[in-house]
Ligand binder design. Structure first.
Ligand code: NAD
Ligand code: MG
Length: 355
């Protein structure tokens, strides 16, 4: 059954009864990063799949070329027992409003991220199951792993269990996606949403971008060349992160020189100090109390003025210009196997209307 060396239940294929999804029709709404992977993996697993896309969606031809049946989101939801909400998070409330009348008692509303449920942007009827299967990978890897007979780990959460079998049904969905080959870790909508937002703001996207720029600026302001500053503060991040991904901090410390290890162990905590910890706690609080969610919803309703302005400022940072020229020297790096292939990139989602 579940493993005891984790704090959360972890499910594998032997824990799953596939009958919970095998006799169902699944509507996959959206055919972007996650949508194309869910639709194709489920269909290849023998599940009846219908893709829901707008009449004018440029993703329609891609889904049809992949051998899938395509309907409007409303029509797809009306046929389905399970509706998988894989349009962009900002588009989900309006898509939900359109398909809500098609949800019958006992149907399932399935998510890959908890934002709209957790922050009340979608309020599902009480007689449907509301679950989440969130693969911990971009869609192209969810698809490629499945085709290679491998699995992508996923998170499972149950927000509402109207039928009494919501968890089993979500596990069957994860199994058909290939995720139970690797492991399905149970969490909650709240935990998934809040840790996801905190991680991308404080550590992954926001934290690392600011750390990189601040390191670059510190060197350039002190008179060092932009090329050296770029190599030290951006290019080498990948080498370090790859080691951490493969073997944790130990693999990283083992691989760098003793000088780098001693310098890092003593100076790292001088840079990322208790003031940063307090900043992180504030960021987490704004995630927990809904302030960030309220701000982002309002920003979208106002057509994203601050988002556009900040995106532009980021694009104009000097490190981007230096980096573009230096990366041309590394053109061979594009062929690395873990990158999306050109074919996978071509299937990129159309930009949604609000983008
Ligand atoms: P995406 O932007 O890649 O694709 C969105 C798809 O929705 C496109 O096919 C687009 O055509 C369609 N679409 C856009 N607006 C629409 C509308 N108004 N009506 C109908 N269709 C519309 O999205 P994604 O990154 O796959 O995200 C889908 C969900 O998966 C989100 O909840 C996201 O948080 C979650 N998720 C994404 C990833 C990831 O790696 N991208 C990982 C885990 C979870
Ligand atoms: Mg239905």
């Amino acid at each position: 059954m579940t493993e005891t060396d984790f704090t959360q239940p972890v499910y594998h294929e032997s824990d799953v009864d596939r009958r919970h999804v095998d006799d169902k029709t699944v509507a996959v709404l959206g055919y972007g990063s996650q949508g194309h992977a869910h639709a194709q993996n489920l269909a290849d697993s023998g599940v009846d799949v219908v893709v829901g896309l707008r009449e004018d969606s440029s993703s329609r031809s891609a889904a049809e070329a992949d051998g899938l049946r395509v309907e409007t989101p409303t029509q797809a939801a009306s046929e389905a027992d399970v509706v998988s909400m894989l349009v962009p998070d900002t588009a989900q409330p309006s898509v939900f409003a359109a398909i809500e009348p098609e949800l019958d008692a006992g149907d399932t509303l399935q998510f890959a991220h908890g934002f709209n449920i957790h922050y009340g942007q979608i309020e599902p009827p009480e007689d449907v199951d509301v679950t989440m299967i969130a693969p911990k990978s971009p869609g192209h890897l969810v698809r490629r792993n499945y085709e290679n007979g491998e699995g992508t780990p996923a998170l499972l959460a149950v927000y509402q269990d109207a039928t009494g079998s919501a968890r089993q049904e979500a596990l069957a969905y994860a199994h058909a996606l290939g995720c139970a080959r690797a492991g399905v870790v149970e969490t909650t909508f709240r935990e998934e949403t809040e840790t996801d937002l905190f991680g991308e703001q404080a550590v992954l996207c926001g934290g690392i971008a600011e750390l990189t720029k601040m390191g670059y600026e510190t060197l350039v302001d002190a008179g060092y060349s932009p090329e050296m500053a770029y190599f030290e503060c951006m290019n080498e991040i990948k080498l370090i992160v790859d080691l951490m991904y493969e073997g944790g901090l130990a693999a990283m410390w083992d691989s760098v020189s003793d000088t780098a290890e001693y310098g890092g162990l003593t100076r790292g905590e001088a840079v990322i100090d208790d003031a940063v910890r307090e900043n992180m706690e504030e960021v987490l609080e704004e995630v927990q109390n809904g302030q960030f969610a309220t701000e982002w919803v309002a920003e979208n309703q106002a057509n994203r003025p601050s988002y556009r302005q900040r995106r532009k400022a980021e694009q104009n940072h000097e490190i981007e210009d230096v980096g573009e020229r230096l990366r041309a020297l590394f053109a061979w790096a594009d062929e690395e196997t873990n990158e999306e292939t050109a074919e996978e990139r071509e299937r990129e989602p159309e930009v949604s209307a609000d983008d």
